[in-house]
Structures are given as structure tokens and as C-alpha cells.
Design a protein around this ligand. Sequence first.
Ligand code: 5AD
Ligand code: SF4
Length: 448
Amino acid sequence: MVTKAYHIETYGCQMNVHDSEKIAGALHTLGYVQAKDAFSADVIVFNTCCIRDTAEKKILGNIGDLKHIKTHRPDVIIAIVGCMTQQKGIAEQLVKKFPFIDIILGTSNANEIADKVNEIVASRAQRRHRVVVIPRMEKPAINENEPVFRTSGTNAWVNIIYGCNNFCTYCIVPFVRGRERSRAPDVIIEEIKGLLGQGYKEITLLGQNVNSYGSDRTDGSNFAKLLAEIGQLPGKFRLRFMTSHPKDFTSEVIDVIAAFPNICNNIHLPVQSGSNAVLKAMNRKYTREKYLDIIRMIRLKMPDCGITSDIMVGFPGETDDDFRDTLALVKEVRFSNAFTFVYSPRKGTYAATLDQVPHEIKKERITELVSVQNEITKELSEQYVGGTFEVLAEDAPKENLLCGRTESGRLVSFNGPSEYVGQFLQIKVTKAKASALFGEIINGKQCE
Ligand code: 5AD
Ligand code: SF4
């Protein structure tokens, strides 16, 4: 029997990366293996994103390119799943524009891909068959015990909460991922114990807003308790989590991170804007002052904590003064790194109905913001030079070249054999270049 192969193209955030691992897991149960590329695959899956217009445009262009493959190999099965398809009316548009698509699934049922592939294969002999299933539930059930084909090396992603209740006025996520559903704490702990038993050295907890973990449950669970429970698990491993929302970030969480050596002193805390007027219009439910208080609290307990952020420019109504407030906040906090975005109107969100900031102004603001943050990142990088840090060797991109992260989340490259991947090493940083750090192993291998 000829082995069949699949190719998954993943767009967007870590949540999607992990969802793709579950899609791959489902296809493996059918006996499919990973293909070298889309051209040699029997099933091609696009796991899509719709957070910004740029993401969507790119995906639509790439779906268009699949026509070429389908023309040469009509039996190839093409599936489009994830956030983009979950938007109102999009599945219908995709079918019309790209009639060669075989399967369209949403965000909560992408795991049904194996059944749908079987359905298509079984019906092939009779006629052209297409499957489109977009669930419209606000709170789709959590699928536990799904097969996962992990692709992230030493790190394993673990979902703790799905969906989002916040409805930031710019954001499409609550519309495509439904309301918050927290997994049971014992199920999470069991999954993590299993992963540590398999040898994973880093666990990253995933959620659109990890800090509201447990608020939809009746067992009293919350994020601080969950972190503490995981932090107590035996063995040497690192625990990370993303994404945190400032409105739900508690001092208990900071205390737990500080108390457990396994929990990395590294927090991704999107601020979005430094202007109170813009934060209010975004429905973020915190002020600039509250955000700065949290930063102070974190730094008091963990002076070396790496703090990263998401920052947006050009939200409707953002004035030059508002933008200056964002720049001032960036200079005050000195994020170790920041993801910077130009606001992009998303159909169905409130902010898309407001008067928009002209494109030229958005462009000027993003250029200035990026240059200010780059300068800060560079200065902070230089402070690492000469210091020795514990680094988890995560990957070997070239022969005798390894890379990994410090606890604070900074990427370091250094020479070493690929057998060291998965080991905790003591690395002396010798050089910094923009956000990249370079170093050398000292002391051989460190504790296991
Ligand atoms: N336009 C630009 N950036 C956005 N983000 C979310 N929605 C939009 C949008 N409509 C950014 C936010 C969020 C990150 C994941 O993407 O900064 O934190
Ligand atoms: Fe979007 Fe806000 Fe929810 Fe984050 S918290 S996913 S930005 S609505």
C-alpha cells in the first residue's frame, strides 16, 4: 500500500500552531504521514488566521495558488480550516471563489478533518463531493484526548482556556473562537505529567487570556492556583504561558511566578496603547496607570523578568497626543521586545464602524514606534553581554550551531553539538546584535 501524506500550512498565533498539531494527530490516525511540501501531499490543509487584513490577503493569495496543484493532481484533497473560515459569510465566499476546495471547517471542529477526508475519499468514485461545516455555537464542547502530533521540539503547547469574553473593540477573536471555556485542572495536570514523562523540557500554557482561567468553572480554580500546581511538579522543566490580559493580572500570579523556579520570569503582557482615551475606546478595561502599576509590581518581585508586549497604532480616533502617550509608555517600561501592529479594521467589530486614521499617519506612527522599540531592545541586549545565563538548547539550525532561550525569553545562538538539544546549559553571552544574542557554552552541560 502506498503511504499517503499531508501538508499543513499554519498562519497566525501559537494557538493555531498547536491546533495544527491536533489536525496532524487526526491525520496520523488515518495512516497519513507528513509530506515534504504541498506539491507531494495527498491532503493539503490551510489552518488560517484573520486577525489582520494582511494575514487574510496573504492566505487568499496562497489558496489561489493551490489551483495549480489541483489541476495537475485532481485527487489532492484541499481543506481550509480555522479562524478565517469561521467569520460570517466567508465559507460561502471561499466556495464560490475557489471551487477546487474540498473541505471547509471552523475553529472548534478542525479535529473532524479525519472523518471528512474519509468522507471525500469514499465519495470520490461517484461524484465531486464537498464538505463545509462551520459550527455556530458560542461555547463548543472541549475535545479532550485528541491525538496530537507535536512539532515544537523541546517545547510542548498545552491549552488551558479556549475562546475570549473580552470583545476588545478592534478584535475579531471573540467572534471566531467563541466564549471562554477552561479545561479541568486535573486534565491539564495529567497532560503535563505525561509530556514531562515523554521528555519535554518546556511547557507553554496557551489561552487568549490565561489570567481568566477558571472563571467559567465552579470548582474554584484560577490561574495562580493552576500555575502553583504545575510549578510543584517534580523534575527540571520550564513553564511559560501566554497571553496575559492586564485587567485580570493579579498580584497572586506574580507571587507564584516569583516563588517557583520552574516558572519562567517572562511575561507577555499586551498593553495595546499608552493612552487612556484609546484604551477606553478599545474596551481594554484598564488604564495606563494600572498597567504601569503591574509592571512595577512585577519588577519589584522579579527584577530580571523579561516583559514583552503587543502595541497597536492607528486605532480609530488615535490623536498625535495619544500616540505620544504610547511612545512615552514604551520608553518608561522598556519592554524586552514588542510586537507592533498597524490597526486593521475587521468586519463585524465595533471599531471598524468608526472614522479611520489615514493610512499615511498610521505608517509614520508605526515607523517611529518600531524605531524607538528597536533602540530599547538593542540597549537591553547589550546589557546581557558578559553575563552567564541558563539556556535551554532548543534547536540546531546548522551543524555545530545551537540556539535556545534564557529564562527571560531572549534567544541566544552558540556553538555546540546537536546532541545538546533538550539540555539546560550555562551560556556566557559574548556578543549582542539588535535583538540577537551570541554566546558560548561554559562548564559543559548543566544539571539534567
Ligand atoms: N488590527 C491590528 N492588530 C490587531 N490585533 C488584534 N486585532 C487587531 C487588529 N484589528 C493585535 C493585538 C493583539 C495581537 C495578537 O494582535 O495587538 O494583542
Ligand atoms: Fe482579542 Fe482582546 Fe480577546 Fe485578546 S483579549 S483575543 S485582543 S478580544
